[in-house]
Design a protein around this ligand. Structure first.
Ligand code: ADP
Length: 477
């Protein structure tokens, strides 16, 4: 089957979070299963296309008058396209914003990208059976496909799939932008892109895609409830028949503790000694005392409301009183960045904080830590707990979304892969951590726990098969 996959970030070219990882790994898994996939993403200013093996194409695509150069890279049945637009992407150092502020023209930028992405099949000889769209930046393409490509021989028969990676980013803009985006006012209604008087680009995906997916079964249920639906639960309930939850996988070659190039030592289920070496070098790298006996807790992620950072901050006074170390890597809310750094200045021997985005350090933390904290308020799927499981770093997670689907609570005996808590309260987090610290003291039981997590298979092959079934169901109709 031929597919077009469009995303605003595709690792390793661009990435701000889990979407970039998925947009890298899912197409590759689909290709491994026998499909042909064209992946389209913007060429941001920081992407060195030539270095990544891209060459500029002779043919340009034209979206709303602006011709664009397209770079392509072909590896067997997997082709990547980067579309250029100097003003919208080439001149930007960030993806969606810089210095904690969103760019003011994100609606124009991604509406343009949607149109450019849909020009790619005709320009480069693809006839995708399915166009797979991801999150609000590509949502408008679901509507464009029906209204601007109804007679395009390359796309007229294509079905669309819209995947919600995170319902809380909806692409909400002033309705006054409708004409500038080339959208007719008929589209601005409750069944279209209107939401509380504003233009909501995600709604174009929810209302017009032939199928909707999200990244875990539990999140698929949660978003149809008023508590989890971010205002869109009514629409999602109305489309419940077309909504499925398919768990994300992980790129098992990039995240493999037995060969990870970011690590100084390697390990697997049968040889855990390398993990102790990784812990030692991580402590050294972070300026923490090199103590094998102290449990090392870690947190890597966006410092956003979703991630439960407020729980961690509230639990810090208690955590820093105990015999443990805590490493935090992340960036996001300024006040939280500052609060964490401030705490690290006070508790330097116990708490190490690195603000920023550092892929290598994220790998070394996963490898070197003993316990990994993910106390999320909500979590569509979450990848870090899956990396943790693979790296023998026992996850402490809240029972929400994909965390509930992937981490099994320790039963106090010999089952379970982590520590799970329910209430969104610092006490509940601390209780789960305390259970973890207790088990950590029993080395045999702890190693058994690590090994149960490490033995799980969260590679993409199985999830890709679920997507292929969905694509087949759509095209056979
Ligand atoms: P989300 O998509 O909500 O950010 P996920 O857990 O699904 O959360 O994916 C986060 C991805 O981004 C993981 O690959 C994680 O390692 C990476 N990541 C997040 N913050 C950082 C950071 N500061 N440095 C390096 N990698 C990070």
């Amino acid at each position: 089957m031929e597919l077009l996959f469009a995303a605003s970030e595709v690792a390793p070219f661009s990435k701000s979070g889990g979407l970039g990882d998925v947009a890298e790994a899912l197409p590759a898994a689909l290709v491994a299963a026998g499909d042909a996939v064209a992946v389209v993403s913007p060429r941001y200013g920081f992407i060195d296309a030539a270095w990544h093996g891209f060459t500029p194409c002779e043919r340009a695509v034209r979206a709303r008058g602006d011709a664009t150069t397209v770079w392509s890279r072909r590896r067997g049945r997997l082709t990547h396209y980067l579309v250029e637009h100097d003003r919208f992407f080439g001149s930007r150092r960030g993806l969606y914003g810089e210095h904690g502020h969103e760019y003011g023209d994100n609606a124009e930028r991604y509406a343009w990208f949607c149109r450019a992405a849909l020009e790619v099949p005709a320009a480069f000889g693809h006839r995708p059976a399915v166009v797979h769209l991801n999150d609000w930046p590509t949502a408008l393409a679901a509507w464009l496909l029906r209204h601007e490509h109804a007679t395009d021989p390359a796309l007229a028969r294509a079905r669309s799939v819209f995947t919600i990676h995170n319902l809380s980013y909806q692409g909400s803009f002033s309705k006054e932008l409708m004409p500038a985006l080339g959208l007719p006012w008929e589209l601005f209604g409750p069944d279209g892109v209107e939401f509380h008087g504003r233009l909501n680009l995600m709604k174009a995906g929810l209302a017009y895609a032939d199928a909707i997916t999200t990244v875990s079964p539990t999140y698929a249920r949660e978003i149809t409830t008023p508590e989890g639906g971010a205002g869109l639960d009514g629409l999602l309930r109305a489309r419940a028949g077309q909504l499925t939850g398919i768990l994300n996988g992980i790129d098992a070659s990039a995240w493999d503790p037995s060969s990870d190039p970011h690590l100084t030592a390697h390990f697997d289920t049968h040889h855990l000694a390398g993990k102790a070496a990784c812990k030692r070098s991580l402590q050294e790298e972070l300026g923490l005392p090199e103590r094998a006996d102290l449990p090392l807790l870690a947190l890597v992620g966006r410092l956003a409301d979703q991630k439960g950072i407020d729980l961690v901050l509230a639990a810090l006074p208690e955590l820093t009183r105990r015999d443990l170390q805590l490493a935090v890597l992340g960036s996001g809310r300024r006040d939280w960045e500052e609060a964490l750094q401030q705490a690290a200045r006070h508790h330097g021997s116990r708490l190490a904080v690195r603000i920023g985005f550092d892929e290598g350090l994220a790998h070394r933390i996963e490898a070197g830590a003993d316990l990994f904290l993910m106390p999320s308020r909500f979590e569509p799927c979450g990848l870090n707990q899956l990396y943790s499981l693979r790296y023998g770093t026992v996850p402490v997670v809240r029972r929400v979304g994909g965390l509930a689907d992937t981490v099994e609570d320790f039963d106090g005996w010999r089952n379970g892969t982590g520590f799970v808590f329910t209430d969104y309260e610092p006490r509940a987090l601390l209780t789960a951590v305390r259970r973890g610290l207790e088990l950590y003291r029993d080395k045999r039981a702890w190693h058994a726990m690590m090994r149960r997590g490490m033995a799980l298979d969260h590679s993409w092959a199985r999830s890709a098969e679920r997507y292929r079934e969905l694509y087949r169901g759509l095209t056979e109709r």
